[in-house]
Design a protein around this ligand. Structure first.
Ligand SMILES: *[C@@H]1O[C@H](CO)[C@@H](O)[C@H](O)[C@H]1NC(C)=O
Ligand SMILES: *[C@@H]1O[C@H](CO)[C@@H](O)[C@H](O)[C@H]1NC(C)=O
Length: 432
């Protein structure tokens, strides 16, 4: 890969200087991956284009070089995907978009152009990855998912590609700019409230009522999250609230606030940026979580943490997508059902414990899916931004949308560059 490395570096700097700088850039970039497993991958080279022309030069060069021997590559905006190989690659090239990160506000049509390497204000999450996967934000109940707020993608302007790019992930090309629509915002209320594990049933009840009432007031979001951190050593529930208006304890949260016994409460006014949730399924899921947790506590060594998120996604999250020309997620299929995102997140130390924790992860998902299916409360939709690489979120978009995406991939990428040379993340050609 020296060819491309030298090509881009030589264009701007004398080569020795370029090498020194690029080595420290390389290490900095590796250390900045959100997930430890991604940090451990040391690819052949990381290229850091500064503009869209360089991005296309890199892809063309890799494609040409691949005629003799495939050069695989990945695309990295913020590097936040939590599994190895999504945005970093062994024996390949990482196209790192961190320097293509300009944000330009356009007062005339009340929109903002954001380049993919920019990160969301209070995090290291990249604009490119989260937007192309769908993207839940503080504003989703009222404004929809992030991808539904995109007016224009720079990559091409074909209308059928516009639709598949919204949740189509990295299957169709590298997006070098997103034009987002704007909405006004003057502060928010929210924060974290911590409870002992014994409050879980009251929390689930409050969460379900909250989700069922969102349509009456398209603002707030709430997450209920059982948590165990070995460093703390207590079974806790973390509630996260956000309400995108500067209103002290909005009425929508009354049922949560009435639950007594919180251990800590950081809610307040702030200026940041500023599967079907039947209670039976949640109760069952929590029982399974407690079993898995007990087994882990008995066996694990070193520091570890486990979080299980329950986050309602009522229909208002995707109604915007129809107004904006639709996307390939096809949640309209579910006739206005209130869904609940369930997401276990586990971190641990030491490769010798990988098997144990990976099994725990599988044990947190499979029996719940089986149970939900047995009572007719399952749903094929998986949230791509949070899916594990053992899952198949694109299939959950439904047969018709899968067909559309396959057709778009064939039409706009006839040589299959983004299917064959870009192995990271979920590939539409692999969905059957
Ligand atoms: C908004 O305006 C800018 C500059 O005038 C233009 O480049 C852009 O295409 C416009 N976007 C939309 C979606 O109209
Ligand atoms: C948390 O507990 C404190 C002390 O009892 C109480 O004043 C506060 O209102 C509670 N907060 C929430 C969000 O329920």
């Amino acid at each position: 890969m020296i060819g491309i490395f030298a090509l881009l570096a030589a264009a701007t700097l004398p080569i020795s200087q370029a090498q020194t700088r690029l080595l420290s850039d390389y290490n900095n970039r590796l250390n900045s991956y959100f997930d430890m497993k991604q940090q451990g991958i040391t690819g052949n080279c990381i290229v850091q284009p500064r503009c869209s022309n360089e991005v296309s030069l890199i892809v063309k060069s890799l494609f040409t070089a691949s005629i003799l021997k495939p050069y695989r590559f990945v695309i990295c905006s913020g590097g936040h995907t939590p599994y190895a190989g999504a945005s970093n690659i062994e024996n390949g090239v990482t196209i790192d978009l961190q320097y293509i990160s300009a944000v330009n506000y356009d007062a005339k049509n009340s929109s903002v152009k954001v380049r993919p390497g920019a990160t969301w204000d209070d995090s290291s999450v990249g604009v490119g990855g989260l937007t192309l996967g769908g993207g839940i934000s503080y504003f989703s109940p009222e404004q929809g998912l992030i991808s539904d707020n995109v007016l224009e993608f720079e990559v091409t302007s074909h209308p059928d590609l516009f639709m598949v790019l919204k949740r189509g992930n990295n299957n169709f090309g590298i997006v070098t700019s997103f034009q987002f629509r704007m909405f006004s915002y003057d502060g928010m209320w929210g924060g974290l409230v911590i409870y002992p594990e014994t409050a879980i049933h009251a929390q689930f009840k409050a969460l379900i009522n909250f989700a069922n009432n969102i349509e009456k007031n398209l603002k707030g979001a709430a997450i209920v999250m059982p948590v165990y951190q070995s460093a703390v050593g207590a079974d806790l529930i973390l509630n996260a609230y956000d309400y995108p208006e500067p209103v002290w304890r909005p009425a929508a949260y009354n049922e949560f606030v009435a639950i007594p016994g919180n251990i800590s409460d950081t809610t307040g006014l702030r200026n940041v940026f500023p599967r079907t949730g039947a209670q039976g399924v949640m109760t069952k899921a929590h029982k399974i979580y407690l079993d898995v947790l007990a087994k882990l506590k008995a066996k694990v060594t070193g520091d570890w943490e486990i979080y299980v998120l329950y986050q309602p996604q009522p229909p208002s999250y995707w109604q915007k997508s129809l107004e904006g020309g639709g996307n390939v997620l096809g949640l309209e299929r579910f006739n206005g059902q209130v869904l609940c995102l369930y997401q276990p997140y586990i971190s641990w130390q030491g490769a010798e414990q990988d098997k144990l924790f990976q099994k725990a992860g599988a044990d947190l998902i499979k029996p719940i899916c089986d149970y939900a299916e047995s009572i007719g409360a399952d749903n094929p939709y998986l949230c791509l931004d949070y899916a594990d690489n053992t899952q198949d979120p694109l299939k959950g978009y439904g047969e018709e949308n899968v067909k559309k995406m396959k057709a778009a991939a064939k039409k706009y990428d006839p040589f299959g560059v983004f299917q064959n040379l870009v192995p990271g993340d979920f590939k539409i050609s692999k969905v059957d």
